[in-house]
Design a protein around this ligand. Structure first.
Ligand SMILES: Nc1ncnc2c1ncn2[C@@H]1O[C@H](COP(=O)(O)OP(=O)(O)OP(=O)(O)O)[C@@H](O)[C@H]1O
Length: 620
């Protein structure tokens, strides 16, 4: 995975602007008409109050003449017209402002949905799973996962934008009005607000980053919290009495994070002094100049009123309130999500070869395959050559850490070899569409997933397109000996397999394993040609495992089956056995061949057989 794009001080300075721009660019993707409406209401929200201000000022100026000329006079008509214009602008302004807020709220809500959808799609896009073990990706994912939570709300960025964009326009309009009075003062106000706004946004961005960008550290703290409150580790936490240790460590980490946050989440004094000083100086200069012009008669009463209202309009600007803060805090995660999307989109090569429809009908070959996990310095598979005849069963044995699971993960396309290639009937799997290869595979991994969903879902996930075929689901249950069990559950196939839900139930380890095997079988029934079983029956007793595997071999006759097991009663039934050590094949043959060889396999088999014999003697 590529390292994160380094952001120097220059790019930091514009981080907030880039984040807000990213939000703005996404708006048309949500809805073009609503974005156009948002732009229109932004302009109107700014223009209508300004129009009202000007009309009011002019009205104040027109009233003395109208009063003097009397009702029905042209002066009085002008005054009434100004009054009507002011009132219309006021009313329309109110209406448009509500519409503006509603459009912003809806766009904001849909923006969060869009980001969540894009995030999920991005994370699911890579063929393998290496990115889900990458620290940098996980740090980005944590930020992205918090979208919609607490103050990390891109939705609020849009609402901030909705509030601030018209204020910008109003302030520009008010500056233009003041420029009429004094061009230099108008220019000073025109430049002051954007400068103040940018300075404040930079500070909010810095604060926001310290609040939630220390993602890796926070992941660690959250892991500790989850350990304390999740059902799965609860047994061990209690048995080992780990709760105090856990809480203590969590508290210490939490305080450390909070201290760091408190130290860095203050606005810089220099920014505050600069902003307040600029505003005070400009206001004092404008007020003084206006008072002077009024007293000397250089400016008439009506114009003075307009200028004063323009000056007060300047102070409607939210550069340092919640709205301004949420604009940057809400926008900050958006580029992170887009960066993650961009990063994960790379490295998914376009297929260059077609996988034959019948493959694998002849062989699967590992040719000089090397593999090291991302970030690891040692390979777990080194120069592996292995040819598997299609339609036969192969058992892979070896000590813990020998590379057995890694080998089948490579075959399943969950990781890419770092060297060499894997072929099916001569076609390099790296060149074919991974989805096409996966439809040929059925796999049950050691750490299979116990979905907290219905029995039906747990089995049908082997071939989701056949989920509605209840007969087929029962056909997968029967050989696994779980039909009676499922029928005895409160809602049969529709019982949720979790005691965390009303009407749900949990299963024993062995029962879960049978459900997972039924899932693998369901995929086989749906047409998978290669079956990978990694410790398929570790939770079953020896007799049950032997019976089950025997049955499995019958059902899957003609299929390419690769089984990893430490149980030699299972292993010996395979057509061929390979012993793996240090990521290489060190023994290869049938059970009888390997026993005759008298090597590692024979030694381990004899040891296990002796132990079994002793145990059964002791039990008699
Ligand atoms: N996701 C991973 N990231 C980094 N290293 C890993 C990962 N998974 C496994 N390893 C390392 O790869 C080596 C081989 O692991 P693998 O799971 O393939 O062994 P195995 O032969 O299946 O072992 P076991 O019999 O214990 O299941 C081990 O040293 C392990 O530490």
């Amino acid at each position: 995975m590529a390292p994160p794009v380094t952001s120097g001080p220059a790019s930091d300075r514009y981080e907030s602007a880039r984040a807000v721009l990213a939000v703005v660019r996404l708006l048309p993707r949500i809805s073009r008409p609503r974005t156009a409406l948002f732009a229109a209401t932004t302009v109107l929200t700014a223009a209508l109050p300004l129009a009202m201000t000007v009309a009011t000022g002019l009205l104040i100026g027109a009233v003395p003449a109208a009063a003097q000329a009397g009702p029905g006079s042209p002066e009085a008509r002008t005054a009434y017209l100004l009054l009507a214009a002011g009132a219309t602008a006021l009313l329309l302004g109110r209406l448009v402002s509500h519409l503006h807020d509603a459009v912003a709220f809806n766009l904001g809500r849909d923006l969060e949905l869009l980001l969540q959808d894009r995030l999920l799609a991005a994370v699911a896009r890579p063929v393998g799973i290496a990115h889900l073990e990458d620290d940098h990706v996980l740090a980005l994912l944590r930020i992205a996962r918090q979208l919609g939570a607490d103050f990390i709300r891109p939705e609020r960025a849009i609402r901030g934008l909705a509030a601030i964009a018209p204020e910008f326009l109003s302030a520009a309009g008010a500056s233009a009005v003041l420029a009429h009075f004094n061009p230099w003062l108008g220019l000073a106000w025109l430049l002051a607000w954007p400068a103040i706004f940018i300075a404040m946004q930079a500070d909010y961005t810095r604060v926001g980053k310290t609040a939630y960008m220390r993602s890796t550290e926070m992941r660690e703290t959250e892991y500790l919290r989850d350990l304390a409150i999740t059902a799965a580790p609860a047994k061990e936490i209690r048995v080992w009495g780990l709760m105090d240790w856990l809480l203590d460590r969590y508290d210490r980490q939490w305080h450390d994070r909070m201290d760091h946050a408190a130290r860095h989440q203050r606005l810089r004094p220099a920014t505050a002094v600069g902003v307040i000083g600029t505003l005070l100086a400009l206001t004092a200069a404008t007020a003084f100049a206006l008072a002077d012009a009024g007293l000397t008669g250089a400016v008439g009463f009506a114009a003075l009123a307009v200028y004063l209202v323009a000056l007060t309009t300047m102070f409607n600007f939210s550069a340092f309130d919640d709205t301004a803060a949420f604009l940057s805090l809400g926008a900050l995660p958006v580029p992170k999500v887009l960066a993650l999307e961009h990063e994960l989109a790379e490295g998914n090569p376009t297929p260059t070869a077609e996988l034959p429809a019948t493959a694998p009908a002849e062989t699967i070959r590992f040719e000089q395959v090397d593999f090291a996990y991302p970030g690891a310095d040692r390979p777990v598979i080194a120069g592996l050559d292995l040819e598997i005849q299609a339609g036969t069963s192969l058992a892979v044995v070896g000590h813990n850490g020998a590379g057995k699971t890694s080998l089948v993960k490579l075959l399943a396309g969950l990781y890419e070899p770092t060297g060499g290639r894997i072929t099916a009937d001569g076609t390099d799997l790296a060149a074919v569409d991974p989805a096409a290869w996966r439809t040929r595979l059925s796999a049950l991994f050691q750490d299979f997933t116990r979905y907290q969903l219905t029995v039906r879902d747990n089995i049908a996930f082997g071939a989701p397109h056949l989920a509605a075929d209840t007969d087929r689901i029962w056909k997968a249950c029967e050989p696994m000996g779980i039909r009676a069990l499922v029928e005895s559950l409160p809602n049969g196939l529709d019982t949720v397999l979790s005691s965390e839900y009303g009407g749900g139930t949990d299963l024993s380890g062995g029962q879960w394993q049978r459900i997972a095997l039924a899932r693998a079988l369901f995929a086989v029934q749906a047409g998978a040609k290669v079956l990978i079983l990694d410790e398929p029956a570790a939770a079953l007793d020896v007799r049950a495992e032997a019976e089950l595997y025997e049955q499995f071999l019958d059902i899957t006759a003609g299929l390419t089956t690769i089984v990893i097991s430490h149980r030699f009663s299972t292993v010996r039934r395979a057509d061929r056995i390979v012993v793996l050590d240090g990521g290489r094949v060190v023994e290869d043959g049938s059970h009888d061949d390997l026993m005759a060889l008298g090597g590692r396999y024979a030694e381990a088999f004899t040891l296990q057989a002796d132990r079994l014999a002793r145990t059964s003697q002791e039990q008699q």
